[in-house]
Design a protein around this ligand. Structure first.
Ligand SMILES: [Zn+2]
Length: 289
């Protein structure tokens, strides 16, 4: 398949420390868990594209000012100056003006916190996510921080379901974690083959291993179906799946300024034992994991 994508970079947005059962329900009640915050830079034939932007840079110095006391206490962000999106872009010799498009998996604070840093870009999100974020129901409002995305400087492009937005860049709807969550499939990239940026449809490989979707969701059945959709897609295309928050996995991957490459055998093994787990069970019902 023809693709505009030339290189994929993993950008580092620091960490958060959350209650473990919010990641994988039924595990780690009351236990703190350090999770990664990562987002992605795509070098394409027609400029540079970000997928998500991490947390608001204000959280480097003032998390309570960025989010208010409750959200700041819930996520315990560790964000150093080097994690500012401008600093991450500087690693590969870029500035804010080089970014022509920002695609959001969804509008939770740790995915769109840097939106306003890119006033000249087109900001792409599913229409259903945009509608929800601008009219939040209280029961699932807490991961949204409206100052991140409510700003007249942002030019939105609202996607209506699955969409091949550029050659090789495919938006795939994966609702459930949030109403308009989407994942991004990068088909046949030159250096790393097909890559699935899962967003929060899968937080970590334990979601897949236990067949339990992320603990924060607006529709649990949809979240489960979305997780299965992505793992099936990964299986069918031999894709590399990058989930949003698994710290151990990202410790194994190159980060900017090094571009992503095909996974080494060690990393591949870690990946195979996680993402493929469901399918091993399906092929061999006697396999107990
Ligand atoms: Zn989220």
């Amino acid at each position: 398949m023809r693709t505009d994508v030339r290189k994929v970079y993993v950008l580092d947005g620091g960490t958060m420390t959350v209650e473990a059962s919010s990641m994988v329900p039924g595990t780690g009640f009351g236990q703190p868990l350090v999770i990664a915050v990562r987002y992605f830079l795509l070098e394409t034939a027609r400029g540079y594209v970000l997928v998500d932007t991490g947390n608001a840079p204000m959280a480097i110095d003032d998390p309570v000012g960025a989010w208010g006391p409750e959200l700041a206490a819930a996520v315990n962000a560790r964000m150093d100056p080097e994690h500012h999106p401008y600093e991450q872009l500087r690693l590969v010799g870029l500035g804010a003006n080089d970014i022509s498009m920002v695609i959001y998996t969804h509008l939770h604070h740790d995915h769109c916190g840097g939106a306003r840093l890119f006033p000249d870009a087109t900001h792409v999100v599913q229409r259903s996510e945009h509608r929800w974020a601008f009219s939040l129901d209280p029961f699932a409002a807490f991961p949204y921080n409206p100052p991140d995305y409510r700003h007249e400087s942002l030019q939105w492009l609202l996607a209506e379901g699955d969409w091949c937005i550029r050659p090789g860049i495919h938006l795939v709807t994966t609702p459930g974690h949030s109403p308009g969550h989407q994942s991004i499939v990068l088909w046949d990239t030159p250096d790393c083959g097909t890559v699935i940026l899962a967003g929060d449809a899968i937080y970590c490989r334990e979601n897949v291993q236990r067949d339990v979707p992320p603990g924060i969701n607006t529709d649990l059945a949809a979240a489960s179906a979305s997780m299965h959709r992505l793992t099936a897609l990964a299986q069918a295309t031999d894709a590399t799946m990058l989930v949003s928050h698994e710290a151990d996995f990202y410790d194994l991957l190159p980060h900017a300024p090094e571009p992503l490459a095909r996974l080494s055998p060690d990393v591949r093994r870690y990946y195979d034992e996680g993402v493929r787990h469901l399918y091993r069970d399906a092929l061999d019902p006697g396999h107990a994991g």
